[in-house]
Every structure is written in structure tokens, then in C-alpha cells.
Design a protein around this ligand. Structure first.
Ligand code: ME8
Length: 506
């Protein structure tokens, strides 16, 4: 199967922070999981470089917009390998291929009689790059702001409009027939009731600044940044060349976005696509919002979390694990140093690390480091293998629905069962009474360790590889095929090393 996954493309108005890292890592986890399933994966991320917000940031830095975005996009590009993410393409909306693709999409909409010229008069938030109705705003200190506190300004200009209102019923039909195309369920309900509330035609061009993709045949207008931005998902796989191999293989995509930009992805984007005669996305998953020690993350509060700082302090896999274990994917989460330390210590050091460490060092000390496949399985062995089967099934089910936290929990439950098995089978006692049985126990539990490391590989790839190295296990042999069968070969163990050092709590 082919699988196409995308992050939002991030605005190049500032440097990346932990929120951007979060979405990119989420997509990396889902991409790696799909590769383990044997799927052919295309993972896209990039930067959103046009619009008034970026232009204003460039002016504030005394740089020309293009010079400014060339400089800022590098920060997003460099962050990807630091996050341990393996992408297939990085798109910048100022690239020629993208300008061409978004103009083609525009022309297609025009050809299908979906665009008309009129005048826009209303509220606009540069921070959100969004138009607002007065009833969506509140007044603070006599000034209108959006629900999330963004300032708005009154805009009056000639503008092209997209006939969004024509798509209301078709969108409702589509979502009612495809209830899993927006997840989590609460977000699906929100989108559906927003659409049912009525859709107005959407202003899709601006004339009061010019940092954007020129509207074909009317260079007085630049495209509204969102129509340009959303089109990136098509550009990267070759649009407008719909015979392109990547386009044929990978569209439609699974989009992972923050809840802040769900409306653009789940209302405007599918309407543009339907209007242009293009298939709708396979799924849109909207995740929640991170706060820092209970407070909104914002530059003005001075509490922005730099992904470099936090990863340098705790370790890459530790942070990847924390972000996706701590909070159900889809819910809001709070970043706190105490929570990070507790998670790493409880789940990685005490549960998984402890199992790996005690089994590998015991086997090296007492069994010449080689474990042969067990021949006679006891009820207790079979019971643990059944748990492996159940937990693996759960894990796949959860991963397929992007419930990453629940998938991780299933693996941790398997590891806990492995620890209980070791405690009850007590290989240290068997060493004196029944060496053959001792070896069988070590072999069975080593299987559990290897399988758990593979299941956690999408989340903690470096640590999983280290663990598999201790057991000389080459993951390339295993793409979840026959996953719950015991490994039918000798397992050699060397160089046990602690993988997850405990974090000292202050
Ligand atoms: O919206 N918690 O770009 P953007 C969780 N260019 N996720 C967060 C976060 C937080 N505190 N802060 C940011 C844009 N994010 C547009 C997108 S797509 C065609 C165009 C993540 O730079 C989250 O994924 O404002 C959110 O949706 C995204 O960054 C917004 O990034």
C-alpha cells in the first residue's frame, strides 16, 4: 500500500518551537509505523513563506521578504534531522514548482466557474491569516480580538471570491458518509456543525500588499495565503502533472494538523479540491495544544520551549517518548519538567530499561551469551505469548487511528507482563535447579524485549536500535510479518549497556 503523510507547512515568521516539533515528530512516528507495516511511505513537511504575517516579520527585520524567508526556512530544515525525523521532501512555497502548481489550481477553479471578482469588507487577523465575522470576535479594552486573542483589522479591498457556499451540502454528505475522515471524533463533530451552520463565499485574494503568488491574469492581486499554502500538499507530489508517478501513487494524503488550523483543512481545502475535481484527503487528524507549566506558550510570556534546549537536556528519544506517552494524541497537554522526569523514570528506566538490563546482563553472565529457541513451552510461556498477540493487535489498531499514546501503552503493558514473567519464573533460582528451563525462560523473555523494541521503534528509533543491537537482531528482517511467532534462531547477546538512565528529580 502507498501512504502519504503531511505536516502543516510552518510560517517562516519566526524560529521553530516545541509545537512545530510535536507535529513533525507525530508524522515521523506514523510514517515509521507504516514502513514497518511494509507500506510505501511519502512524508512531507515544509514552510509557508507568503502572506502578510511573514511580510511584516521581514519588514521588522529590515530584510526583503525573499531574503528573510531564505534565512528562516533553514531553521526548519535543520531541525528535522535533530528531531530524528526522516522525511521524503521539504517544500517551500516560494519555490517555482509551487508557484506553478498553485496558479494551476487557481486556473482549474476558474475554469470550473468557482471564482468571481467582487469586494471584501470585514475583519482580518494577520496573526491567524484569517477572515472573521463580527460574531466570532470579542471586545477587549474596546478592541475586537479573536477567541484566541489575536488582534483583527478592518480590511476593505477588491477581492476574488471562491464559491464556498455551493459546497456546503456536498461537504456534509461527504463527512456523513466518511465519519472517520476527521479524527478525533470531537473534532469531526465540530467541523460538521460548523458546516451545517452555513458557509459563506470565501475571499481568496488580496491587493493591499504583494508578498504572495500572483493571481493568474491579474497581477494586481496575490492569492490569499491559505489557498497557496494548502496547495503545497499537491505540489510536492507533482501537481499539476497528474500523470506523475508520485501523484498517482500517493494522493490522497493523511494530513496531521494542530486544532488551530482544522477549519482550513477540513472545510476550505476539501471544498477547493471538490471544486477542482480532485479526490479528498484520506484523513485529517487534528491534535491538541501544548502549554508550558500550565501557561499558553507565547513569545510575549517568554516561555517558548526551544526544541534544541529540551532535547539536549533530556535526550531525543526521551522527549519523543514523553510527548506521545504523556498526552492522548488529540488532547491538549502541559509541558512540565516534573512530568518529563516521571515518565522517563517510570516507563523507560524502571519498566523497559530494567527488563533489558537485567535479562541481557544475566544472560551474558550465566549463559555464554547465546540463547537457543525453546522447545517445550509451559502454560506460563504460552500465556505471555498470548499477551504478545493481544498487545500487538491493540497496538496496530491504535496506530492505524493515530492513537499513539494508546499504542505506546499497549507495548508498556506487554513489557510489564514480561517483568512479571521474569519475577515469577525466577531464572536466578533456575540457574541452580534447572539450567535448561532457565535458558528457555531467557529465550522467551528476550523475544518479548525484541518485539517491544520493534513496536516502540517508530517512537524511540535510536534506543530501539541500541536494544536490538544488544541482542544482535537485525530489524530489516522483520516488517511485522509473522510478528507474534517466536524467533526461530539463536539469539546472541553482547555488550549490555544501560539504555535509559534515570532522570534525577529536583
Ligand atoms: O498555521 N501545541 O503555521 P504555524 C501544539 N502556515 N502544536 C503547535 C503549537 C502548540 N503550542 N504551536 C504550533 C500555520 N503548533 C500555517 C499552516 S498548512 C497548509 C499551513 C503546530 O507556523 C501545530 O501543528 O502557525 C499547528 O497547527 C502548527 O504548528 C501551526 O504552525
Amino acid at each position: 500500500m502507498n501512504f502519504y503523510i503531511t505536516t502543516p507547512i510552518y510560517y517562516t515568521n519566526d524560529i521553530p518551537h516545541i509545537g512545530h516539533a510535536y507535529t513533525t515528530i507525530a508524522c515521523d512516528i506514523i510514517a515509521r509505523y507504516n514502513k514497518l507495516l511494509g507500506n510505501n511511505v511519502f512524508f512531507l513537511t515544509g514552510t509557508d513563506e507568503h502572506g502578510q504575517k511573514v511580510e511584516k516579520a521581514a519588514i521588522n527585520s529590515n530584510l526583503k521578504p525573499k531574503e528573510f524567508v531564505d534565512k528562516l526556512s533553514v531553521n526548519f530544515i535543520n531541525l528535522i534531522p535533530f528531531l530524528g525525523c526522516e522525511i521524503d521532501d521539504f517544500i517551500r512555497t516560494t519555490e517555482e514548482r509551487h508557484i506553478k502548481a498553485s496558479q494551476e489550481l487557481w486556473k482549474q477553479l476558474e475554469k470550473n466557474n468557482q471564482i468571481y471578482l467582487s469586494n471584501y469588507e470585514g475583519w482580518y487577523s494577520v496573526r491567524d491569516e484569517a477572515f472573521y465575522l463580527e460574531n466570532e470576535l470579542k471586545k477587549i479594552d474596546g478592541k475586537y480580538v479573536t477567541d484566541n486573542g489575536s488582534p483583527v483589522e478592518w480590511v476593505k479591498e477588491e477581492s476574488y471570491f471562491f464559491k464556498l457556499s455551493e459546497w456546503q451540502d456536498k461537504l456534509i454528505d461527504f463527512y456523513e458518509n466518511n465519519p472517520e475522515s476527521i479524527l478525533p471524533k470531537t473534532r469531526y463533530n465540530e467541523v460538521l456543525s460548523f458546516i451545517k451552520g452555513g458557509l459563506k463565499d470565501l475571499s481568496i485574494s488580496r491587493t493591499t500588499f504583494n508578498w504572495g503568488v500572483p493571481v493568474p491574469n491579474n497581477s494586481k492581486h496575490v492569492m490569499y495565503v491559505w489557498i497557496d499554502a494548502l496547495c503545497n500538499y499537491l505540489t510536492a507530489i507533482g501537481y499539476p502533472d497528474t500523470n506523475n508517478n508520485n501523484y498517482k501513487k500517493f494522493w490522497p494524503a493523511t494530513h496531521i494538523v494542530g486544532k488551530d488550523i482544522l477549519r482550513f483543512h477540513a472545510v476550505y481545502w476539501p471544498a477547493f479540491l471538490m471544486a477542482a475535481g480532485i479526490e479528498l484527503p484520506k484523513r485529517i487528524f487534528a491534535h491538541g495544544w501544548w502549554t508550558n507549566e500550565g501557561k499558553k506558550i507565547s513569545k510575549s510570556l517568554g516561555n517558548v520551549i526551544d526544541p534544541y534546549d529540551i532535547i539536549n537536556e533530556y535526550g531525543l528519544d526521551q522527549i519523543r517518548f514523553f510527548l506521545f506517552r504523556e498526552v492522548p494524541f488529540g488532547n491538549d497537554g502541559d509541558f512540565s519538567k516534573k512530568a518529563i522526569a516521571n515518565r522517563i523514570n517510570a516507563d523507560l528506566s524502571n519498566n523497559f530499561g530494567n527488563l533489558v538490563q537485567r535479562i541481557s546482563s544475566f544472560a551474558v553472565k550465566n549463559n555464554d551469551s547465546i540463547l537457543k529457541p525453546a522447545e517445550n513451552l509451559t502454560n506460563e510461556d504460552q500465556n505471555l505469548i498470548n499477551i504478545l498477540q493481544n498487545k500487538f493487535d491493540e497496538y496496530c489498531k491504535f496506530m492505524n487511528d493515530q492513537q499513539i499514546d494508546r499504542a505506546i501503552k499497549s507495548v508498556l503493558e506487554l513489557i510489564s507482563a514480561g517483568n512479571v514473567y521474569v519475577d515469577t519464573q525466577a531464572p536466578w533460582t533456575l540457574k541452580k535447579t534447572n539450567k535448561i528451563r532457565m535458558e528457555e525462560v531467557l529465550y522467551i523473555v528476550t523475544n518479548i524485549i525484541i518485539k517491544s523494541a520493534i513496536m516502540l521503534y517508530p517512537i524511540i528509533p535510536t534506543s530501539s536500535k541500541k536494544i536490538l543491537n544488544i541482542f544482535n537482531y537485525n530489524m530489516d528482517n522483520n516488517k511485522f510479518e509473522n510478528f507474534t511467532k517466536l524467533i526461530n534462531q539463536n539469539i546472541k547477546i553482547d555488550n549490555p549497556e544501560p539504555i535509559f538512565p534515570r532522570i534525577l528529580n529536583d
